[in-house]
Design a protein around this ligand. Structure first.
Ligand code: NAD
Length: 362
């Protein structure tokens, strides 16, 4: 039976990346029906909203989607489509595998980690108080009444960092479930529990409890700064890493850098009602319409989607074909060439052709 998948081309370089990805996904032979809907800057211009109701309805109906990047213009007044999506669908778990494929120039060739980032809490909860606002002043006074040592300097902006038992438990479970389903041996929880005892400390405490239910997967924890240090000195020692929102955001980009750049880092945002797959990178607007950028990150997001749909054999074949094209290093985009102006670099669409031909050769 065919899977119906919501397809969101996005804007900037999104449509060309999505088209290349759609073609390689179809070449796997898996039955896929595309339910295409817009999101982002282009539809905002036409319809006055970056995220039309019909797009949201489609994802709710199909429960799975793949999305090109969408621009969030600074000061535009429209909210990030990605934030809206995560909120509307409670996509609480962001899974970002970072694997260094042979043929990519990287100082960290042994990297093969999966970052699992909590998506809904922490300093990203959006609970903020502007400097000198009445609410910020009330909050400063209230805190001082509660605890005389809880002094906040005047003229301070304040962001609140909530971390709950509920949010921590489900993200840590999602990391262990991913580890189990994908034959991973270890989960590392990263935190700063030594300093933030009641937020990160809670995250760690819950992680330790959840780990007891998964005795087939090893568990350890690391303080976030130490984790960053160790990731760049001994990446091979890490496997699945689960983190609260802010650390997860930062370590995701660190991971992308370690495996050779943003063009290679895939992702999936997963909740109980739906899952949306998309690259870690943004819309790279300066390359819009130039057929230049690397579709690997979105194609690998497609690999994650196939695994999510339990099309594991097709997912493995697609990943192997992408890896082989990268290993050969001939028909790859500029960012995977030894120099950025290498004349032998191919475009987004020709990279997809090379992956599809590789299927035939395998
Ligand atoms: P970006 O990731 O779009 O681009 C930064 C640079 O990274 C590019 O100029 C390019 O040199 C490189 N790059 C990115 N993707 C690449 C690819 N596939 N192949 C080769 N090189 C690639 O980041 P930005 O410029 O900070 O953001 C642009 C817009 O995208 C912003 O509006 C931002 O809000 C949005 N954004 C969207 C998403 C998303 O939709 N998931 C994620 C991040 C940023």
């Amino acid at each position: 039976m065919a899977h119906t998948v919501t397809l969101i081309p996005g804007d900037g370089t999104g449509p060309e990346l999505v088209e290349a990805t759609r073609r390689v996904l179809e070449a796997t032979g898996v039955g896929l029906e595309w339910d295409e809907h817009p999101a982002g800057e282009d539809v905002y211009r036409e319809e006055g909203t970056p995220f039309p109701e019909r797009t949201l309805e489609s994802i709710k109906r199909n429960r799975v989607g793949i999305k090109g990047p969408t621009t969030t213009p600074v000061g535009s007044g429209f909210r990030s489509v990605n934030v809206l999506l995560r909120k509307e669908l409670d996509l609480y778990s962001c899974i970002r595998p970072c694997k260094a494929y042979e043929g990519v120039r990287t100082r960290f060739p042994e990297t093969d980690i999966v970052i699992v980032r909590e998506n809904t809490e922490d300093l990203y909860a959006g609970i903020e108080f502007e400097k000198d606002s009445a609410a910020a002043e009330d909050l400063r006074r209230f805190l001082e009444e509660l605890d005389a040592t809880a002094r906040i300097r005047e003229h301070s902006g304040i962001s609140i960092k909530p971390i709950s038992v509920y949010g921590s438990e489900r993200i840590v479970r999602s990391a262990f479930d991913y580890a189990r389903a994908n034959g991973r041996r270890k989960v590392t929880a990263a935190h700063k529990a030594n300093i933030m005892k009641f937020s990160d400390g809670l995250f760690l405490e819950v992680a330790r409890e959840v780990a007891k239910d998964y005795d087939d997967v090893e568990f350890e924890d690391r303080i976030i700064d130490n984790l960053c240090n160790q990731l760049v000195s001994r990446p091979e020692e890490y496997d699945v890493i689960v983190l609260p929102n802010l650390y997860g955001d930062i370590v995701s980009d660190l991971g992308a850098g370690m495996i050779g750049g943003l063009g290679l880092a895939p992702g999936g945002n997963i909740g109980t009602e739906a899952a949306m797959f998309e690259a870690t990178h943004g819309s790279a607007p300066k390359y819009k319409g130039l057929n230049r950028v690397n579709p690997t990150a979105l194609m690998l997001s497609g690999v994650l989607m196939l695994r999510h749909l339990d099309e594991r054999e097709a997912a493995d074949r697609l990943e192997a074909a992408i890896a082989e094209v990268i290993r050969k290093g001939e028909r790859v985009t500029y960012d995977l060439k030894p120099s950025r102006d290498d004349p032998t670099a191919v475009g987004t669409s020709e990279f997809a052709d090379a992956v599809i031909e590789q299927f035939g050769a395998a």
